[in-house]
Design a protein around this ligand. Structure first.
Ligand SMILES: Nc1ncnc2c1ncn2[C@@H]1O[C@H](COP(=O)(O)OP(=O)(O)OP(=O)(O)O)[C@@H](O)[C@H]1O
Ligand SMILES: [Mg+2]
Length: 411
């Protein structure tokens, strides 16, 4: 059927051609011109179409590139994130890694990962937990951000009372830092640090700062409760970095305040928070064991609750020196009063009498009395402070103290 129709078409075309041949000559010339113009038109069109085609092809390749890029991005977004883990031990092409939740795994190391060492941070695949990449976190950087590092201004003159404690802390901390040769000659090893304990506001922080000032050591202050709460999962690592930092900046004193938050006797209730505290504490013990007595790094820890401190911390070779900083006696109170009234404009103030009245006051409360007395004078428009101002201040601070245990701010 299709062949028949083709034949018919061909036949009609030959017929029309033969009929054209039959036309007069003039007419055929104008026809040729017409055809030529339409031919050139068609050629023009053809050229134009070809140009457009080139453009379209270019556009297509640009669009293809865009599509590929978007597709890649989409694929990346669909990929599961990698877990940041810590390498505990490397064994040829495998490693023991520790995840942030403290679970440990034995994983393969990808061939692209080179020079892995324990303590490094790595990225591991979520499903297989294999190490796929090493991440470089600059150490020390964290430490500087998270702990207070300075050269304190407090001098021994600012400490009132506590003569025995000052003597002991000088022997334990100051002497090994300033005269290490003394210990070498005699052949003994000085303690690595000291644990100060006593009620709030009795001058523990003050003592630590004063000894750092007198030895010109870098003072690194860490609050143990912050170490545990703020840097969940990072506590142990931060402890390690703090000690690395201290060694770099030696002579240095690492002051760990509120150490009971970290070193209280373990309850073993197995919660992840508990494990975290334990891990941080174990790291602290490891650091204490790890450094040499003659390293120019000393540790001062402070607590209000020596009764709950884990004995592991107090074993020989760790913080085996305990120093009690108790409430000041009358002589101590009078010395503390002297320290804090030194710059005050006093008129007929009997400091000894006041010291007698302030039974059971801590150093911080005595300081608060001085401030309050100053306020009484200001309120009455005076430029000097009288004995009565102090008397009223003592009553006020005592009243605040009895009314509310946390009423006085201990710095
Ligand atoms: N013995 C002291 N001599 C002079 N000032 C003192 C003395 N004890 C305490 N103070 C004053 O009280 C403030 C608070 O003392 P400090 O911070 O040393 O107490 P703390 O024992 O560390 O208390 P906490 O256990 O609450 O941390 C000090 O800044 C200081 O001004
Ligand atoms: Mg303190």
């Amino acid at each position: 059927m299709a062949e028949d129709t083709n034949k018919e078409i061909m036949y009609s075309e030959t017929r029309s051609l033969s009929s054209q041949e039959a036309e007069p000559k003039l007419k055929s010339e104008s026809e040729t011109e017409k055809k030529q113009t339409s031919l050139s038109k068609l050629e023009e069109e053809n050229q134009y179409i070809q140009q457009t085609l080139v453009k379209v092809l270019e556009e297509t390749s640009a669009l293809r590139e865009m599509f590929n890029a978007a597709n890649n991005e989409l694929q990346n977004l669909k990929k599961p994130a990698l877990i940041v883990a810590e390498v505990v031990q490397v064994m040829q092409d495998k490693a023991i890694i520790r995840l942030p939740n403290a679970n440990k795994f034995f994983s393969h190391i990808s061939r692209t990962v080179k020079d892995l060492r324990s303590g490094d941070n790595v990225l591991v695949d979520q499903k297989s937990l294999n190490v796929v990449e090493k991440v470089n976190t600059s150490s020390n950087f964290d430490v500087e951000r998270f702990v207070i590092i300075d050269k304190p201004k407090e001098t021994w003159e600012k400490v009132g009372g506590l003569p025995e404690q000052i003597k002991e802390i000088k022997e334990v901390i100051e002497l090994p830092l300033t005269k290490p040769e003394l210990f070498e000659k005699i052949g003994i090893q000085p303690p690595k640090g000291v644990l100060l304990h006593g009620p709030p506001g009795t001058g523990k922080t003050l003592l630590a700062k004063a000894v750092a000032q007198s030895t010109n050591a870098t003072f690194i202050e860490v609050v143990a409760s912050e170490l545990v709460q703020k840097f969940i999962g990072e506590g142990a690592k931060l402890v390690k970095e703090i000690f690395d930092y201290a060694r770099n900046k030696a002579p240095a004193i690492v002051f760990i305040d509120e150490i009971d938050a970290l070193a209280s006797v373990r309850m073993e209730n197995g919660t992840s928070g508990e494990r975290e505290v334990n891990r941080t504490f174990m790291q602290l013990l490891a650091e204490l064991d790890g450094f040499d007595c003659m390293d120019k790094v000393k540790i001062i820890a402070a607590t209000n609750r020596p009764d709950i401190i884990d004995p592991a911390l107090l074993r020989p070779g760790r913080l085996d020196r305990l120093l009690e900083i108790g409430l000041p006696d009358e002589k101590g109170r009078s010395e503390i009063l002297n320290v804090h009234t030194q710059k005050m404009n006093l008129k007929k103030v009997k400091l000894d009498e006041l010291a007698e009245q302030m039974e059971n006051f801590s150093g911080a409360e005595i300081k608060a009395v001085c401030t309050e007395a100053g306020y009484f004078a200001i309120r009455e428009g005076r430029e000097f402070v009288t004995h009565q101002d102090f008397f009223d201040a003592v009553e006020k601070v005592r009243w605040v103290d009895e009314d509310d245990e946390g009423g006085v701010i201990h710095g």
